[in-house]
Design a protein around this ligand. Structure first.
Ligand code: NAI
Length: 328
């Protein structure tokens, strides 16, 4: 690899953007030796605010920041990008039904998928953070037929990190001792954070915890509803942690996951573990130089099966809804 990595960020003037851009620019993605060039997409009314953010980026004098371009035209901003982090999305407004939300976001991710398809670099990887992330990724992927489907993923790394953090707090184990965490399914309240295949200091995490009631009534709902708890406490949604997870996910995708561990990534299902083919579903994956592979051979008991199927059913419903809207 040589030259700066061209990284597009959409919704760059938003809350997540305000944390994400500075991390990307300071070398958190690829380290101090590989500069990045930022391509920042926003809607017209937010471009002035984005100019202010760029002034602050300039003022940091980051040695790893090779350049910044901003604009509202995806065909210009995505030109030649190696990595596209699709963060900008339409939040659910008052009185908005799920169908309205899927439709509003459908318009955004259809256009962005098409633009990536025509102008992104041949090696582009596309990570979707903007919600509903899994289905937005499905829409972008379907509208970019020339980009291999495995180049698209949706972010469940924040859920993965939250699960590690909760397990660490429960067991007093350092986060570095906790391996093989899995988030299955949708980045939504139906997600299934799975401790049964996780390890703490090399031992099975569920055995270390030894408290099924805590797993069912505390751990799983706490991880799944953490986003709502943060809104309740902070008055706005998680932003710095979402930015951090967006970087973790992209870094591991490009550079590879750690030996003897895996990460959670929502990717196109190939039918592994009986998950319906074609939906963007979070699996345990290992990554290597920009490619991912679903971890195979995990034993799934009835408890896990039920939860994995429930979150798959929600994603199938979302797929059905966007199919009916003509978005895919
Ligand atoms: P925000 O509302 O502060 O920022 C979103 C930005 O996107 C706004 O500046 C808006 O102008 C921009 N935008 C809207 N449409 C656009 C378009 N067509 N092209 C380019 N930019 C566009 O929201 P925040 O807090 O930064 O969150 C962004 C998204 O990330 C939300 O959908 C949120 O639900 C999601 N999220 C996902 C998480 C995950 O784990 N997957 C965690 C936290 C948030």
């Amino acid at each position: 690899l040589s030259g700066p990595l061209k990284v597009a960020v959409t919704g760059a003037a938003g809350q997540i953007g305000y944390s994400l851009l500075f991390r990307l620019a300071s070398g958190a993605l690829l380290g101090p030796d590989r500069p990045v060039e930022l391509r920042l997409l926003e809607i017209e009314p937010a471009l002035k605010a984005l100019e202010g953010v760029v002034m602050e980026l300039d003022d940091c004098a980051f040695p790893t920041l090779a350049g910044v371009e901003i604009g509202a035209d995806p065909e210009k901003i995505f030109d030649g990008v190696n990595l596209a982090l699709l963060v900008g999305a339409r939040p659910r407004g008052p009185g908005m039904e799920r169908g309205d939300l899927l439709e509003a976001n459908g318009a955004i991710f259809t256009a962005q998928g098409k633009a990536l398809n025509s102008v992104a670099a041949d090696d582009v990887r596309v990570g979707v953070t903007g919600n509903p992330a899994n289905t937005n990724a499905l829409i972008a992927m379907t509208n970019a037929p020339d980009i291999p489907a495995e180049r698209f993923s949706a972010l469940t790394r924040l859920d993965h990190n939250r699960a590690i953090s909760q397990l660490s707090a429960k067991t007093d184990a350092a986060v570095t001792e906790i391996k093989k965490m899995t988030i299955w399914g949708n980045h939504s309240a139906t997600q299934y954070p799975d401790v049964f295949h996780a390890e703490i200091g090399g031992r099975n995490a569920a055995e270390v915890v030894d408290d099924q009631a805590w797993i069912e009534n505390d751990f799983i709902p706490t991880v799944a509803k953490r986003g709502a708890a943060i809104i309740e406490a902070r008055g706005s949604s998680s932003a710095a942690s979402a930015a951090s997870a967006t970087i973790d996910a992209a870094r591991d995708w490009l550079l590879g996951s750690a030996a003897n561990d895996w990460v959670s990534m929502a990717v196109k299902s190939d039918g592994s573990y009986g998950v319906p083919e074609g939906i963007i579903y979070s699996f345990p994956v290992t990554t290597h130089e920009g490619n991912w592979e679903i971890v195979q051979g995990l034993e799934i008991d009835d408890f896990s099966r039920g939860r994995m199927d429930a979150t798959a059913a929600e994603l199938e419903d979302e797929r059905q809804a966007v199919t009916e809207l003509g978005l895919i």
